[in-house]
Write a protein that binds this ligand. Structure first.
Ligand SMILES: NC(=O)c1ccc[n+]([C@@H]2O[C@H](COP(=O)([O-])OP(=O)(O)OC[C@H]3O[C@@H](n4cnc5c(N)ncnc54)[C@H](OP(=O)(O)O)[C@@H]3O)[C@@H](O)[C@H]2O)c1
Length: 303
């Protein structure tokens, strides 16, 4: 038997995405585990991992084969995909993992905005994930871990890229006070280091620990200042929540999310111990925004 046959297998759900892609890369770089990528389109991604298997969270019967023989599972659900019921999908994945005899389950969760804000803010893509934590915990895996993805730095060059503003400048018009430092941010490709570390050190990080990826805690003035020091000329304008909420489909939830950041911060509480543990498990500090931006926000492309 070759050494690789002895490696424990980790199944990554969402392996084609920003979170899962980083998990696959970190696991492969670590070399300790064999990696199986689960995707609805295996033919497109044959080279992605040691094994690429077709699975669809909306078709639970496909998860059985996808998780067979797996020691560990990483799960992220994607609320932005139309028709997604995160609770239903995660419940199906947890059941299939239990059936397959999975030992270590890692769930990419988010803070419980409903509990943190006493019901003041309604942010389903946060609270909906937090409600799944209990299902993961109560499933009785030998090990389970919660990782928390931050506000991706990548959002600032994709879904929240700077727009041409009315005054002719390029920048952001968002419903948040740019002086309030409340956004825990990070390079989402680095979430994989925490996940791979947790699988490798399940004794230290497999007992229900919460491990947030945080490269920086910032406000929008700091985001803009950092970028402008690197040669950009971005601006920021705070807009009323009610105006922003009707500016595009889905904007109301985005507006509510920014209000929550402003009132409670992204993580919702002092999480320094959890962040320190996450960094230790990942084996290093995550990238600061300035370092990420220097490489990923080239001055010429956004002008
Ligand atoms: N943007 C942020 O700042 C931020 C912050 C924290 C958390 N999040 C959360 O991150 C999640 C999205 O993760 P991401 O950024 O990694 O997404 P992404 O890059 O858009 O990738 C989505 C992944 O989900 C998989 N997927 C979707 N529906 C599936 C299904 N029915 N069955 C199996 N796989 C399915 C896709 O797989 P295939 O297409 O290959 O099948 C793909 O790999 C969202 O729930 C969001 O709330 C985002």
């Amino acid at each position: 038997m070759t050494l690789s046959n002895n490696k424990k297998l980790i199944a990554v759900i969402g392996a084609m995405g920003q979170q899962g892609g980083g998990v696959v890369r970190a696991l492969r770089a670590g070399g300790q585990f064999k990696v199986r990528a689960l995707t609805r389109n295996p033919d497109k991604h044959r080279e992605l991992a040691d094994e690429v298997v077709r699975a669809d969270l909306d078709r639970p019967e496909t998860l059985k084969a996808g998780l067979e023989g797996a020691h560990g599972v990483f799960l992220v659900t994607n609320n932005w995909e139309p028709g997604t019921d995160e609770l239903k999908q995660a419940t199906a994945a947890v059941s299939a993992a239990k059936y397959a005899g999975v030992k270590h389950f890692i769930w990419s969760t988010l803070p419980d905005v409903e509990a943190i804000s006493g019901g003041k803010f309604d942010v389903p893509h946060f609270t909906g994930k937090a409600k799944i934590d209990r299902i993961v915990k109560e499933a009785g895996f030998a090990n389970h871990t919660f990782v928390i993805a931050p506000f991706y730095y990548q959002n600032l060059v994709s879904v929240l890229a700077p727009q041409k503003r009315e005054d002719g400048t390029l920048g952001w018009a968002l419903p948040i006070d740019p002086d309030v430092r409340g956004i825990h941010m990070g390079d989402i490709s680095e979430l994989g280091n925490i996940v791979a570390g947790a699988f490798a050190h399940s004794d230290k990080a497999g007992n229900g620990e919460y491990l947030p990826l945080v490269g920086d805690l910032m406000n929008f003035n700091e985001v803009v200042d950092t970028l402008n020091r690197q040669g950009h000329k971005f601006s920021f304008k705070q807009v009323p929540k009610e105006v922003f909420a009707v500016s595009f489909p889905g904007a109301a939830e985005v507006a509510e999310t920014f209000s929550y950041f402003q009132a409670h911060t992204y993580l919702g509480s002092d999480s320094s111990d959890q962040i320190a543990l996450a960094n230790k498990i990942a084996g290093g500090q995550p990238s600061k925004f300035s370092a990420w931006a220097r490489l990923n926000v080239p001055v010429q492309t956004l002008r």
